[in-house]
Write a protein that binds this ligand. Structure first.
Ligand SMILES: Nc1ncnc2c1ncn2[C@@H]1O[C@H](COP(=O)(O)OP(=O)(O)OP(=O)(O)O)[C@@H](O)[C@H]1O
Ligand SMILES: [Mg+2]
Length: 438
């Protein structure tokens, strides 16, 4: 279909001339000779662009810019002013026109101007869409195909009530994505209740989930609500579900099957309508194979699985992510030199986005406000990268080991500092060291 432009011009002969010329250029032209006619036209349909004369019988053409924008906020508008009327042209641009030409207007010049203005406006639109694409309500999805798939699945999840499983390495944003899904879902006004299953051993996790009545166990001196109760109508987020003990797994399966539960020590059946989101950095299939996770439970919670790729597999997203994180850290004015950016893009980021955020936070502490972030600080990451390349780590395990060793070296074997740097617990470091020694 031919693009249609709206031509607002009161001089009949000029209008005829434009219409004839633009039809040979492949445009359709809708004509208006007054502001009133123009207002009617823009209300009735959409146009590709507007060519607007200033002196019209029923008013000033500049006033039409705002009217047009209420109908089509980003429509390209070219204003035609009297010869030498620069102040008017300036005023038109200030009011939101995209371009201006002074009379007498040459047809060919107007066609070139029109073409360029439309092209520019389309490019601006594309950039805007791109920008919005990366960021959606506080979560960075980015441009890579894998993350677009994550966005798609997350949106699907937000629109239904099925259980969701989120997998990904540490720091990839599993917890953040779970909250995002909750916020985008119809359950948003209700609670998002999260618990990490790896920290609670024995009956402790069941107590947290189900609650208890007074006297259910020795120290239970009062009735206590469980998380299932708080999550009613909302979302229950079970982090590190792979670490849940088998006994608790059976209890959870029962809740999912029967849609009801009992507080510990109680006979009364309670109901809770929660949406379940689970997360793990484990390979669930492997846990099932090893007999550490119930297969029937896995099938129930794994209906839809969202895998967030590690940061090193989406390095193209790093520059945009860095600017957002700097903004989040209150330092939008910090400068990242090209050299620093190339280090950031080459590094393997075993702690993913959390680690990137930590590194930026520390670099900010070391650099004066508003200046370029200190290059020497980042070279530490670079030397780590070279080391990794030399030793060619084959597996993720090896990579993690190397990374821990490196962090320990960096902080003079101070486990506390190394753990902080890697955003993992000290006990994880000790456990890994033991494994390395074995
Ligand atoms: N997509 C993202 N957009 C913005 N910030 C993010 C994103 N993903 C992660 N982050 C940042 O990284 C931090 C860690 O994210 P989160 O706690 O959700 O990771 P996780 O995958 O749950 O990690 P773990 O497995 O260690 O629990 C967040 O606090 C946030 O600052
Ligand atoms: Mg988490």
């Amino acid at each position: 279909m031919q693009p249609t432009i709206l031509l607002i011009e009161d001089d009949d002969s000029t209008r005829f001339g434009f219409v004839r010329y633009f039809s040979t250029e492949g445009y359709q032209v809708s004509e208006a000779s007054t502001l009133a006619e123009a207002a009617k036209a823009i209300a009735a349909r959409t146009f590709k662009a507007i060519i607007l004369d200033i002196n019209l019988p029923d008013g000033n053409g500049i006033d039409f810019i705002a009217i047009a924008r209420t109908h089509q906020p980003s429509i390209p508008i070219i204003v035609i002013t009297g010869s030498g009327d620069i102040p008017l042209a300036v005023e038109a641009m200030r009011r939101g026109a995209d371009n201006f030409l002074a009379k007498p207007v040459n047809n060919a010049a107007l066609a070139v101007c029109l073409h360029k203005t439309i092209e520019n406006s389309e490019r601006k639109q594309q950039l805007l869409v791109k920008k919005n694409h990366g960021w959606r309500d506080g979560f960075y999805f980015g441009e890579t195909v894998a993350m677009q798939e994550v966005l798609h699945l997350a949106q699907t999840s937000a629109s239904n009530n099925n259980p969701v499983m989120i997998t990904g390495e540490t720091g990839t944003g599993k917890g953040m994505l779970a909250r995002w899904i909750h916020r985008q879902s119809a359950r948003a006004p209700h609670e998002f209740v999260g618990i990490n299953c790896s920290g609670l051993k024995g009956e402790m996790l069941s107590r947290e989930l189900f609650g208890n009545v007074r006297g259910a166990y020795t120290s239970a001196n009062q009735d206590r609500k469980g998380l299932l109760d708080s999550a009613d109508q909302g979302t229950l987020y079970l982090d590190e579900i792979g670490d849940m003990e088998l006994a608790t797994q059976s209890q959870l399966l029962k809740v999912l099957e029967e849609k009801s539960y009992r507080r510990l020590g109680d006979v009364e059946l309670l109901k809770s309508n929660f949406r379940l989101i689970c997360a793990t950095h484990h390979d669930m299939e492997q846990l099932v194979e090893e007999g550490r996770f119930r297969q029937d439970l896995m099938y129930r919670i794994n209906l839809l699985c969202i895998t967030i790729p590690p940061l090193r597999e989406r390095t193209d997203d790093i520059p945009a992510l860095v600017s957002y994180l700097l903004h989040e850290l209150g330092s939008s004015d910090a400068v990242i030199t090209k050299d620093v950016m190339s280090i950031l893009m080459a590094y393997s980021w075993p702690g993913n986005i959390r680690e990137l955020k930590n590194v930026l936070e520390r670099a900010l502490l070391l650099s004066p406000r508003g200046s370029a972030l200190s290059y020497p600080f980042f070279t530490v990451l670079e030397s780590d990268q070279h080391q990794q390349k030399r030793h060619h780590p084959k597996t993720l395990q090896e990579m993690k080991e190397q990374h821990i060793k490196f962090a320990l070296k960096l902080f003079g074997n101070d486990v506390e500092k190394a753990a902080k740097h890697l955003s993992i617990s000290r006990s994880t470091i000790y456990r890994r060291l033991k494994q390395i020694e074995m």
